[in-house]
Design a protein around this ligand. Structure first.
Ligand SMILES: Nc1ncnc2c1ncn2[C@@H]1O[C@H](COP(=O)(O)OP(=O)(O)O)[C@@H](O)[C@H]1O
Ligand SMILES: [Mg+2]
Length: 263
């Protein structure tokens, strides 16, 4: 079986004010269908840049991205993509935000709404259909943004630090929620985070980035059975992985490096 997403030698150099800036060094990865894969690394190591390239929004300086075996160079729309900011439109109510992708694809408003409402009911947004984004909590807004990405109906979904701004408690319930979605919809998920616990709890595989300019250095497989309860974080197997990742990401190194690693 060929990979669902394959990144071959992808790199990115930005030119700003006439100067070259390497945002991402040559990176390879290969993701099988249905996997939940996290990319973890310090801020500024090129994670969002890589996602923009896989989503076809930014052309790579070199290399190739294959989605379902086809080169997606310069073509957006092969994957669902939830950007680092939730990007809900403040002037649209929640259901109208959720159907945005369908609307852009030309599905009539009434049909789009008919598809969105049951999802909203099932996945924790019942009663908020006609509310506006500023009336919702951070967790609710992330649910809405994620349902919008789901409704866009691509096999592969990229999520860029979706829970980064949430408090610990909300984050935990959102992680459980996301695993339910993943199980129900059988998507392939690529997930960016800089939270080690989150990466282990959610993932089948974790790709680790080196600091700026980033490059993928290692792939770690998480062989912890599913379904996983939140208290899995206290088990020995979890802690072994956590130590390994902390070492790779230099968490606990002298202050200067630490700031880079956990910022
Ligand atoms: N459009 C751009 N032009 C110039 N530099 C950029 C651009 N986008 C990102 N960068 C730079 O590339 C590096 C990697 O950015 P990014 O991919 O956003 O990192 P991460 O998501 O890992 O925090 C950063 O130093 C950032 O400032
Ligand atoms: Mg980013």
């Amino acid at each position: 079986m060929s990979a669902k997403v394959e990144v071959r030698g992808v790199c990115k150099t930005f030119i700003t004010k006439g100067k070259k800036f390497v945002a991402l060094q040559e990176t390879d990865l290969s993701i099988e269908e249905g996997r939940f894969v996290s990319l973890i690394g310090p801020s500024g190591c090129g994670k969002s840049t890589l996602f923009n390239i896989i989503a076809g929004l930014t052309p790579p300086t070199g290399g190739q991205v294959l989605v379902d075996g086809a080169d997606i160079a310069g073509k957006a729309g092969h994957v669902g993509y939830m950007l680092q900011k939730d990007m809900l439109f403040p002037w649209r109510n929640i259901v109208d935000n959720i159907i945005l992708g369908l609307e852009v694809s030309g599905v009539p408003h009434r049909d789009s709404v008919a598809r969105a409402l049951p999802l909203m009911e099932r996945y924790g947004l019942k009663g908020f259909e006609r509310h506006y984004p500023n009336e919702l909590s951070g967790g609710m807004r992330q649910r809405a943004a994620l349902l919008r990405t789901l409704l866009y109906d691509r096999d592969t979904i990229l999520l860029d630090e979706p829970f980064g701004a949430l408090d610990a408690q909300t984050k935990l319930s959102m992680q459980k929620w996301l695993l339910t979605i993943w199980r129900d919809f059988k998507k392939t998920i690529m997930f960016v985070t800089h939270d080690i616990d989150e990466a282990i709890y959610l993932s089948d595989d974790i790709y680790v980035f080196s600091p700026r300019p980033g490059r993928l250095t290692t792939k770690i497989s998480v062989n912890i059975p599913r379904p996983r309860e939140p208290k899995v974080v206290t088990t020995p197997e979890f802690i072994v992985l956590k130590n390994q990742l902390m070492e790779m990401l230099h968490v606990g190194a002298p202050a200067e490096t630490e700031e880079e690693a956990v910022e």
